[in-house]
Write a protein of this length. Structure first.
Length: 394
């Protein structure tokens, strides 16, 4: 690498190092910043000037009463410099989160969407949810620096086009970047929901310390987000983690999640439960069938327990297949089913040693059905930072 190429790269790396420190504190003295970043004081001074120029930091003086001598320079990260939006377009709902540049969530708006909605009606519902979230957050559209949207199905990582989606009508062929780009004066990114969920778990969830992770979205359907060596693995066209391949394996269902299986495997038991208790709502990701079944099993209903055990046995075979193929350190069970905690995790964890000689750790997501938008926000923040730091050498 030539010196002319090395200098801009080093300048950017130093800026990233300083930003990582600044995001974790309210204000900090420059001397303390140099110590925390392990950079020399002259290097920190140069970085601070760069970051001030692109609007990412503000400076002030230490006016502590009784302080003697020359006031120390204090700096802070300007989280209010702009905002990002994370969007989760699901089968039954749309969830939108708005955050500042520190990643602090200001507002999360959830609105139901009918499963039968076509492309136009669903997009209209998404746009209404975005407008409502921005209004509640008090954020103007012009202040949004990037947005990232999640969707079921295969998303081309290069273009944002949905290449395949079995669960949403008319969704195949949709360019989410273009369609939702009309709602913002900023770049819009798009990815598969499970991919973004695993990013969220590694940022603010149970997978923060793991570089080889599979996140299993197990609500109405099964999908997987895969991180290998610290990087999301999407495959050539973005189809890695789609679990329809399970239907090719003997005695293994397709990509049906707990919600779907509750309505098929547990049909008779659920019908009985409906007669006595009516509808139930467990979470935004699960149908009333799954909610009824898990609630009854938790309350000691023997038939419900037997059906749930059968369903979780099928889910465990799917998880075991992933473990055999990819040998992760950790598998995270997430989506709406995460609210059930160990009721879901323990039966799956118990079966894994029977399917692989190297069973991974298995944990339940603490982010629940927010993991997707958390990952979308992180992705949008990465895009904003990259764009702003590109200006360092302008």
């Amino acid at each position: 690498m030539t010196s002319s190429a090395t200098a801009p790269l080093l300048r950017r790396l130093n800026a990233e190092t300083v930003l990582n420190v600044l995001r974790e504190v309210d204000v900090i003295r420059l001397g303390e910043l140099a110590d925390a970043s392990r950079l020399s004081r002259p290097t920190v001074d140069a970085v601070i000037e760069d970051l001030r120029r692109i609007g990412l930091i503000a400076e002030t003086e230490d006016d502590t009463p009784g302080r003697r001598g020359r006031p120390a320079r204090l700096v802070r990260f300007r989280a209010e410099r702009g905002h990002v939006v994370g969007i989760d377009i699901g089968v039954h709902k749309c969830l939108v989160s708005v955050a500042d540049l520190r990643g602090t969530v200001l507002v999360t708006e959830v609105r139901p969407l009918g499963q039968e909605l076509g492309r136009k009606a669903r997009l209209d519902g998404v746009r209404r949810t975005v407008r409502a979230a921005l209004k509640k957050a008090g954020v103007e559209r012009s202040a949004v620096l990037a947005a990232c949207t999640a969707t079921p199905g295969v998303v081309d990582p290069r273009t944002g086009v949905v290449l395949a989606c079995d669960v949403l009508p008319e969704w195949k062929g949709l360019n989410l970047r273009t369609e939702l780009g009309r709602s913002f004066d900023a770049p819009v990114l798009a990815d598969n929901d499970a991919n973004l969920a695993v990013i969220g778990e590694r940022w603010r969830g149970v997978a923060a310390a793991s570089a080889d992770v599979i996140y299993v979205l197990a609500g109405e359907r099964l999908g997987a987000g895969i991180v290998s060596g610290g990087q999301v693995f999407r495959g050539h066209d973005g189809g890695a983690g789609e679990m329809a391949f399970l239907s090719l394996l003997e005695h293994t269902p397709g990509a049906e999640g707990i919600g779907a299986l509750a309505g098929s495997v547990g049909k008779e038991v659920v019908a009985r439960l409906r007669e006595h208790t009516g509808e139930a709502e467990f979470s935004n990701e699960l149908t009333g069938d799954a909610a009824l079944l898990m609630g009854a099993a938790r309350d000691g209903d023997v038939e419900a327990q037997q059906v749930l055990e059968q369903i979780l046995g099928r889910i465990a075979r799917a998880v075991g297949t992933l473990a055999l193929l990819l040998n992760p350190e950790l598998i995270v069970i997430g989506g709406g089913v995460a609210a059930a905690g160990e009721q879901i995790a323990e039966p799956i964890r118990r079966r894994l040693p029977q399917m692989t000689s190297l069973p991974p750790q298995l944990k339940v997501s603490l982010l629940g059905d927010r993991a997707v938008t958390v990952g979308a926000l992180r992705t949008a923040l990465d895009s904003v930072e990259s764009s702003l730091l590109d200006n360092l050498n302008a």
